[in-house]
Ligand binder design. Structure first.
Ligand code: KG4
Length: 328
């Protein structure tokens, strides 16, 4: 089945087309306009989606050598995300489905991420633990099948990617800063300073707002006249280590409790090589780690198409809680 997926929940405008779990095309436009503001400006994101969405659909069809007639199913992200941004992709997708007389499947953005590992051409088996780490979400799931996912814990405040972005701002980096922090950290000493990560009551919950304040105070106290490149590298390495250790600790604990043989790390932060190495080094050899390739870690249309296809096949979409961007 040829499935079209549209993703506009935040600052990526993306159209993916898949044939079952094979990606035919995955066009992603990352909006650069926000970098000057240090974070995503919702109104600008909605406008940029509107300007780009039709062009991106045309590019996707051309690059996949398909026409609209070849599409069997249309899916759009319906939430969670920025409401104005979601409305663009939702209305575009539902209108398109009506025009070509195909079913329309609204997709939860998080389902898109947690099943994105199936597009990786790897053997992943249920049940698995999924750690979702992105700019908007940080959560752990126990996944027993398609649309059989149990939320184990979530961040009580900032998402891990958000912490990277906020600390990046303190270091004078542009938004989004995750990849730049990873690259700075390569030249730094991860044991330079021990930044504390809050210990949370909930067994699988996270908290990352405290560490950002701790980095801020550390910089104010020690570098009132500015930081050198090596100071920034040391802070980046120490900060990255603290965040990744917190993610690792809770994920390993879930792997042990649920006795799974597969673990997936998904979302924008999953593309961090230091995180991947730490996880690989820490899990036992009989447990398989799955990380989507970078274009599938970030927000993208192919993952929405795949989650939509599974929702359609299991008939989940007819009883799903998220049916449009304004659920009660
Ligand atoms: O999933 P994603 O594309 O979308 C949102 O949730 O918005 O994730 C983007 C997030 C940003 O916070 C970005 O700084 C972070 O992922 N990120 C990284 C890396 N690459 C992207 N964080 C740490 N290390 C990276 N290499």
């Amino acid at each position: 089945m040829i499935v079209l997926g549209i993703e506009t929940s935040c600052d990526e405008t993306s159209v993916g087309i898949i044939d079952d779990n094979k990606i035919l095309v995955n066009e992603i436009f990352s909006q650069k306009i926000h970098s000057q503001f240090g974070g995503v400006v919702p109104e600008l994101a909605s406008r940029a989606h509107l300007q780009k969405i039709l062009l991106i659909l045309k590019d996707a069809l051309k690059n996949a050598n398909l026409t609209l007639n070849d599409i069997n199913l249309v899916c759009s992200t319906a939430g969670p995300g920025l409401i104005g941004a979601l409305i663009v992709g939702y209305c575009f997708g539902s209108g398109l489905s009506l025009a070509i007389n195909r079913h329309f499947v609204p997709v939860n953005h998080i389902d898109g991420h947690i099943y994105s590992v199936f597009l990786n051409n790897e053997e992943i088996e249920f049940p698995y633990i999924a750690l979702l780490v992105s700019g908007g979400n940080t959560a752990l799931y126990f996944i027993e099948g398609f649309y059989k996912a149990t939320l184990l814990g979530t961040t009580l405040d900032d998402a891990a990617g958000e912490a990277f972005d906020k600390v990046g701002k303190l270091l004078g980096l542009k938004y989004p800063a995750g990849a730049a922090i990873e690259s700075l950290a390569k030249n730094g000493d991860e044991n330079y300073h021990s930044f504390p990560v809050a210990v949370i009551q909930g067994k699988y919950d996270f908290s990352f707002s405290g560490i950002k304040t701790s980095v801020l105070r550390f910089i104010q106290r020690n570098f009132p006249d500015g930081m050198s490149e090596i100071d920034k590298a040391n802070i980046s390495a120490s900060f990255q280590k603290a965040v990744i250790e917190a993610l690792l600790l809770k994920t390993l604990s879930a792997v042990n409790e649920f006795k799974v043989k597969h673990v997936a790390i998904v979302g924008g932060v999953a593309s961090n090589k230091y995180l991947q190495k730490k996880f690989c080094d820490s899990i036992s050899t009989n447990i398989k780690l799955h990380v989507p390739e970078p274009s599938l870690c970030t927000d993208n249309g192919a993952m929405i198409a795949f989650a939509g296809l599974k929702s359609f096949e299991t008939n989940y979409y007819s009883k799903a809680k998220i049916t449009h961007p304004f659920p009660n």
